[in-house]
Design a protein around this ligand. Structure first.
Ligand SMILES: Cc1cc2nc3c(=O)[nH]c(=O)nc-3n(C[C@H](O)[C@H](O)[C@H](O)COP(=O)(O)O)c2cc1C
Length: 344
């Protein structure tokens, strides 16, 4: 199964939810934007979809310059995330809700198995999300357990006592890390399903961080204020993300806010960035802006729904190959060479 096959299959299987366009940018005329009025969000963005589109546009505005007169070397892309070696610094973002958002062609557990096993085979890591739809079964935790712990569980910002309990389950499954998508506080669907979500105080976050021996992740940070507060919680990873533009409309693209947050976070916590990443070139730009790792959401969703674990391997390889090409073309031999000098 190659990526073209996986995308063709995804087009059939995600009918009504995602048209698998060549360019996935959340514009108003896209299928995913049109279906959400009065219905679930599907694959689209919140409101007019401006935050979704801004993610793509912020990356598109950045232009790269070639550096070809230099000693040739094979780019070194291996790195380590929280002590685990990975082949390259691009992960699958935590996503969830196959039935409610992705067309429902496969089950949630099957989906999580595909992203976790596919990323494992490709030498990288999948994060998994948390939805009201299947929370009671905890399919993400199960898929991580089945993979010998090779995955990261991100829970919604649920009631504190619920979080304290399920974090222990992720720990027992041997997960690499566990965390909370703070911007999940904007999820209306969770409340409608009787599973409310909340903003979290500094003390509540400290309590969560201290409750587990796993490294803790805070996902959904986009402001200087939250970045500074995140450092006080003791978390090990901050994911700079606007949830793919799905929780608050009219936000700047992640590639626009990342350079403001990197000086606050870099070197103190591991920094990941996601939002609008469709190719290895986009991932390269996020690295050059200062992210330690980059994640892709919608790209991996289509690959997993269309091609299962094989589709995910093909997607990971697609991202890897373009990241490698970007490094060759810009004179970068190692990940530490990737910085602002690559832009023109
Ligand atoms: C259908 C869908 C479901 C998502 N579910 C979750 C989730 O359960 N938990 C979470 O932390 N983020 C969730 N996200 C956000 C992703 O983790 C990620 O931040 C976003 O997809 C990145 O943008 P991109 O899709 O443009 O790559 C979801 C995104 C989509 C598109």
């Amino acid at each position: 199964m190659d990526l073209t096959d996986a995308r063709e299959k995804a087009r059939e299987r995600m009918k009504g939810a995602c048209a698998v366009y060549k360019v996935c940018d959340g514009r108003a005329d896209r299928l995913c934007q049109g279906i959400k009025y009065g219905k679930a969000l599907g694959m689209g963005g919140a409101g007019k979809g401006a935050s979704f589109t801004a993610n793509v546009e912020a990356l598109d505005r950045l232009h790269l310059k070639t550096r070809l007169i230099c000693e040739h070397a094979e780019p070194q892309m291996k790195t380590s995330f929280l002590g685990q070696e990975v082949g390259f610094p691009i992960f699958c973002s935590s996503v969830s809700g196959v039935k409610i958002s992705m067309g429902g062609a496969i089950g949630e557990l099957e989906f999580f198995r595909a992203v976790i096993q596919g990323c494992k085979s490709a030498g990288t890591i999948a994060f998994v999300g948390d939805t009201a739809e299947t929370f009671e079964d905890r399919p993400g935790v199960q898929a991580i357990r089945e993979a010998g712990g090779w995955g990261v569980q991100i829970f919604k910002p649920r009631e504190q006592k619920v979080l304290l309990r399920v974090i222990q389950e992720a720990q027992a499954a041997g997960a690499i890390a566990v965390g909370v998508d703070l911007d999940g506080a904007g999820s209306v669907a969770m409340g409608l399903k009787g599973q409310p979500v909340f903003r979290k105080s500094l003390n509540e976050l400290k309590e969560l961080v201290e409750s587990t021996s796993l490294p803790f992740i805070l996902k959904g940070i986009t402001s200087e204020e939250d970045a500074a507060a995140a450092l006080e919680t003791g978390c090990k990873v901050v994911c700079v993300s606007n949830h793919g533009g799905r929780t608050l409309d009219s936000m700047p693209g992640v590639a626009e806010v990342l350079p403001r947050l990197v000086p606050i976070l870099k070197g103190k916590v591991v920094v990941t960035a996601d939002g609008g990443v469709r190719t290895g070139f986009d991932a390269f730009k996020m690295l050059a802006l200062g992210a330690d790792f980059v994640m892709a959401g919608r790209e991996f969703i289509r690959a997993a729904i269309g091609g299962g674990a094989e589709g995910v391997v093909a997607e990971a390889d697609f991202l890897f190959q373009d990241l490698r090409k970007a490094m060759i073309m810009t004179g970068c031999n190692s990940l530490s060479d990737i910085d602002g000098h690559v832009f023109t």
